[in-house]
Design a protein around this ligand. Structure first.
Ligand SMILES: Nc1ncnc2c1ncn2[C@@H]1O[C@H](COP(=O)(O)OP(=O)(O)OP(=O)(O)O)[C@@H](O)[C@H]1O
Ligand SMILES: [Mg+2]
Length: 501
């Protein structure tokens, strides 16, 4: 308090001094002109401009708000701010700093000083809106001097966005979003709920053919670094992957590896919770860039149909799923196609769509065509090269530490056994403390399975039976690649077109 009064007294003294000088030096007719010019000069150097960055911008979440929040959370922790909000999400490993309500932090960039204020106000009255608005209005106010306007708009904001991207990639937990309450919005106007994504799966731990793996990794990296390519070629910056194969072959593990590799969030879209195409569109609009949008088991999610082999009519794969029995759900294949490929799919950037299925033959070829699902990845039974990765994961054995004889035996039987990585993992986990026993038991299990397959090649179990059927149709099998799949899909499409003609 004492300090305050001292400052006030000296300011008043200074003001009295300035007035005396003004009255002594300037004659009355020049006094006004002097004050006006002084005011102009003072304004030039000291007047401020203000920028509002609100959390919700029209109907979309304002990505700049999130970027600023992240950027300030890193700089606020080291600044002289005396009050900060600390939070730690459920299961999250890191503490997040953020500005408390109406608090300020000063930042400098290339010699320019700016101040940020975080403003949270209660929404007074619910104005008319087609969707529920959040109860709180949040936003940042950026204050900068007028003369620094060009630096702020020209490069400071871009700098923040880039920095936030970096921070997100390095420090922040990945988020796993789900639309558990369908497409409807919560009190904050969000249709997605999120939890920290903790899956430790990486491409290193994913057991699959190393060449195929390297190809996928290169493709992902190309995509993530391809902003200028997509811009130049006029393509939306998105990519689709279809993962197909029997259960337990690593489709979900692959998605985790993709997210961890690129540092993207995952949106796990539960299609059965979505009622209409417009809800689906809303969900899409609320996804952020740098994310993977996943629809697991797409053949089971919705009443999709495919053209039959003669191109006549359509076959429903979900028995009895007429519209009435679906509870009036009006989500359609065309709605989904628009979701992945239509104009609305471009309402964000750098997004990957991943569909998984155990029954690729049940999908409509329209869903599989290039440009929609750019890469078709067949996740198949465990191969010998994949087995070595599992040995490394679970037993900690490198190639050269493995007994040559046992390896040979394993190699001889593994393809015929048609065991999934999930099945093999189980055997290895159970015996992980005794490597020899693990290898012996695995060899036994593989031999038994191979023998069974030899004796009873058909009707072994429902999955193997289906798999054989798919091999027979040339859609997928241990040695098939995605070209066959595409060919066969084209075939369906052509037949259908002929029929239409
Ligand atoms: N290729 C693989 N590499 C490493 N681990 C795997 C692989 N495939 C399966 N596993 C192991 O098996 C378990 C099941 O795998 P995952 O959930 O990825 O299979 P999926 O193909 O998605 O099966 P589903 O079709 O039933 O969803 C995982 O916990 C994982 O540890
Ligand atoms: Mg899965």
């Amino acid at each position: 308090m004492e300090e305050f009064w001292t400052t006030m007294a000296s300011m008043m003294g200074f003001w009295a001094f300035c007035q005396t000088i003004l009255y002594t030096i300037f004659p009355p007719e020049l006094r006004f002109a002097f004050l006006k010019s002084f005011h102009k000069i003072f304004n030039f150097f000291t007047s401020y401009c203000y920028y509002d960055i609100t959390e919700v911008d029209g109907v979309n979440t304002n990505e700049l708000y999130n970027a600023v929040q992240l950027y300030l959370s890193s700089s606020a922790a080291n600044s002289a701010t005396r009050r900060l909000s600390l939070s730690r999400g459920l299961n999250s490993s890191s503490i997040t700093f953020s500005l408390s309500n109406n608090d300020r932090v000063v930042d400098s960039y290339n010699g320019v000083k700016v101040a940020w204020e975080h403003v949270i106000t209660q929404r007074q009255t619910q104005t008319f809106s087609w969707r529920p608005l959040p109860e709180e209005k949040r936003g940042f106010i950026l204050r900068a001097k007028n003369k620094d306007k060009t630096v702020v708009l020209g490069s400071y904001i871009d700098f923040i966005v880039e920095k936030a991207k970096d921070l997100r990639r390095k420090h922040q937990d990945r988020l796993l979003y789900t639309n558990s309450h369908g497409g409807s919005l919560d009190s904050r106007g969000q249709p997605w709920e999120s939890v920290p994504f903790k899956h430790p799966g990486t491409f290193n731990t994913l057991a699959m053919d190393p060449l195929k793996k390297a190809e996928i990794m290169a493709d992902l990296l190309d995509f993530a670094n391809g902003e200028s390519f997509y811009q130049r070629t006029g393509r939306a910056w998105k990519r689709g992957y279809l993962l197909y194969g029997p259960p337990g072959t690593g489709k979900s593990s692959m998605i985790a590896a993709m997210a961890n590799y690129l540092g993207y969030d995952i949106y796990d879209l539960e299609l059965t919770e979505v009622n209409t195409n417009s809800e689906l569109r809303k969900l899409l609009m609320k996804t952020s860039s740098k994310s993977i949008i996943v629809i697991e088991d797409i053949d089971c999610s919705i009443n999709f149909t495919i053209r039959n082999e003669n191109g006549v009519g359509k076959i429903n794969y979900l028995a009895g799923s007429t519209r009435a029995e679906d509870g009036g759900k009006t989500i359609t294949l065309s709605g989904l196609l628009n979701f992945t490929d239509g104009l609305w799919s471009c309402c964000g950037n750098e997004r990957i769509f991943v569909f998984t299925t155990n029954h690729v033959e049940k999908l409509d070829p329209a869903l599989l065509r290039s440009g929609r699902m750019d890469m078709h990845i067949h996740m198949s039974y465990c191969s010998f090269s994949a087995l070595k990765i599992l040995f490394k994961n679970y037993l900690g054995c490198e190639d050269d530490q493995l007994d040559g004889e046992v390896l040979k035996e394993l190699e001889g039987v593994i393809d015929e056994a048609k065991m999934t990585p999930a099945d093999i993992s189980e055997v290895l986990i159970k015996n992980r403390r005794n490597k020899d026993k693990a290898r012996r038991e695995l060899l036994e299990a593989l031999k038994t399975r191979a023998e069974r397959n030899r004796v009873k090649p058909r009707k072994m179990n429902i999955n193997e039976d289906e798999d054989e059927e798919q091999e027979r149709r040339g859609l997928y099998g241990p040695k098939q690649d995605c070209d066959l799949l595409q060919e066969s899909c084209q075939k369906f499409g052509e037949k259908d077109d002929d029929q239409k003609k």
